[in-house]
Design a protein around this ligand. Sequence first.
Ligand code: NDP
Ligand SMILES: O=C(O)C1=N[C@H](C(=O)O)C[C@H](O)C1
Length: 240
Amino acid sequence: MIGAAGRMGSEVCRAVEEADGLDLVGRYDAGDELGDLGGADVVVEFSVPDASPANVAHCVDRGINVVVGTTGWDEARLADLRTRLADHPDVGVLIAPNFAIGAVLMMAFAAKAAEFYESVEVIELHHPDKVDAPSGTAARTAALIAQAREQAGLGDVPDATTSDPGGARGGRADGIPVHSVRLRGLVAHQEVLFGQTGEMLTLRHDSFDRVSFMPGVITAVRQVADHPGLTVGLENYLGI
Ligand SMILES: NC(=O)C1=CN([C@@H]2O[C@H](COP(=O)(O)OP(=O)(O)OC[C@H]3O[C@@H](n4cnc5c(N)ncnc54)[C@H](OP(=O)(O)O)[C@@H]3O)[C@@H](O)[C@H]2O)C=CC1
Ligand SMILES: O=C(O)C1=N[C@H](C(=O)O)C[C@H](O)C1
């Protein structure tokens, strides 16, 4: 486990220790020498966006499969990783912006609904210790919605705003409006609002506890070696 002392890392260590047939062979955190990673077959990586690419590269170069939950994997970082994996064709890497089954379904439902609605906005809500905004889940949701809208020939979301000195309208990801809320007491939550004349569809997912991510992480640990190359999104392991 890389990022073992973190909020997710400590939960993953517990889940692996409780899982039948899995052995936790090493815990690594900031400043640790990764070396051969305890001879691990699979590494789980939940660290920080700036450290994740180097950690994953270290594993790939040693032929170790990796399950990655850390955010910040933009297209440039994914392209570098694909290049590296080309030299290690037997290694599997899964990068999943969200391991909660409900969040994976929410993203799939959002992609499905996107072509039917003129308006859409994503609101993600997280604990205030989160360092990145928007969340990886919101960025991925926006990318899927943008792709579906483009395929359907939809243009920009309607928005007559001409004055917004304080940024009250929030940000944009792939052209989709995204709003990030940081609130003590929250864990990880997201709403996708779709609007059309006379109606509205709301998709909402809530992770109230980090245990919600563990079935997805354990499933990924068990499957990653059977999926050589780079996979983005847990849905690809679940047949969704
Ligand atoms: N895909 C998913 O389902 C989920 C993804 N996440 C994502 O996972 C990541 C971690 O989240 P969270 O656990 O809440 O964050 P934390 O800050 O609690 O944990 C991150 C850990 O990584 C450590 N770390 C920092 N630099 C390195 C490094 N170079 N090598 C190894 N470890 C390092 C940190 O140490 P230190 O504190 O000393 O810097 C800390 O212990 C985030 O990107 C978050 O968005 C979170 C939840 C679910
Ligand atoms: O930092 C978090 O907590 C989370 N990060 C991921 C994200 O950015 O989408 C997944 C989940 O939302 C929790």
